[in-house]
Write a protein that binds this ligand. Structure first.
Ligand code: C5P
Length: 240
């Protein structure tokens, strides 16, 4: 319907489970019940800071592809060194903040390219927790959508091949970024499920139709009575 990326169809949009759980035992328990249909898992700061590289390796040994969501933000040399530090882990995606700047993104890409050619760096633009006044208080005068566009363009010009964005930004971004750019979108809620504190959401198929390559879903699966069914239903919706 609205595929701005000619290289993909809705079927190509993949589910990533946000593994936001309080401890390793419940995470591994959850994953063992989901293996089979689900391919991708997002490990964020909460679990990585507590359990580190061995946990990432354990999840990879279970057969999952890993998106390590560390949202790195520092001077170019430190960002590049951090990318090098994690690039020998079995990870396929890693986030960095685009507002760290062009030099930091280029340094991160060089570091990833020389250490792990299969690792895709994803740029984070404006955190969706910001509204216009919150952003203005940090000294950014542009309204959030314009700042998102500015940072997305900068990221693509710096060589970034993927971005994390809100589902409501997909169509706007698809108009201004190279068509092959990978878009990964949280803020997804299957029809009829609780929004939790997410304010602006799309269903899996709406996000895929808008041009997302990956959708990130946490609580609708983690808190479901039957997480395997919840994940399976989302995958079926994407493949329908
Ligand atoms: O549970 P839920 O589906 O809301 O989880 C979404 C995941 O995506 C969480 O790991 C959250 O931190 C992340 N995320 C988000 N909104 C953003 C960026 C990341 O919900 N703008």
């Amino acid at each position: 319907m609205l595929h701005k990326n000619p290289a993909m169809s809705k079927k190509d949009c993949k589910l990533i489970l946000a593994l936001d759980l309080p401890d390793k035992a419940s995470a591994l328990d959850m994953l063992s019940g989901l293996s089979g249909g689900l391919q991708w898992v997002k490990i964020g700061l909460q679990m990585y800071l507590k359990y580190g590289a061995p946990f990432v390796e354990e999840v990879a040994r279970m057969g999952f592809k890993i998106f390590l969501d560390l949202k790195l933000f520092d001077i170019p040399n430190t960002v590049a060194s951090a990318v090098k530090s994690v690039s020998d882990l079995p990870i396929s995606m890693l986030t960095i903040h685009t507002s760290a700047g062009e030099e930091a993104m280029r340094a991160a890409l060089d570091a990833a390219g020389s250490a792990n050619k299969d690792l895709m760096l994803l740029g984070v633009t404006v955190l969706t927790s910001f509204d216009e006044s919150g952003l203005a208080k940090t000294g950014v005068a542009l309204p959030p959508p314009m700042q998102v566009q500015l940072l997305a363009k900068l990221a693509c010009e710096s060589g970034m091949k993927g971005l994390v964005c809100s589902p409501l930004e997909i169509q706007m971004l698809r108009k201004i970024i190279p068509p092959e750019t990978v878009l990964v979108t949280p803020g997804i809620r299957p029809a009829g499920s609780s929004k939790d504190e997410q304010k602006r959401v799309m269903t899996p198929s709406m996000a895929a139709d808008a041009g997302a390559n990956f959708i990130v879903v946490g609580r609708p699966i983690l808190k479901a009575q039957d997480p395997a069914k919840a994940a399976g239903d989302i995958i079926a919706e994407l493949e329908a």
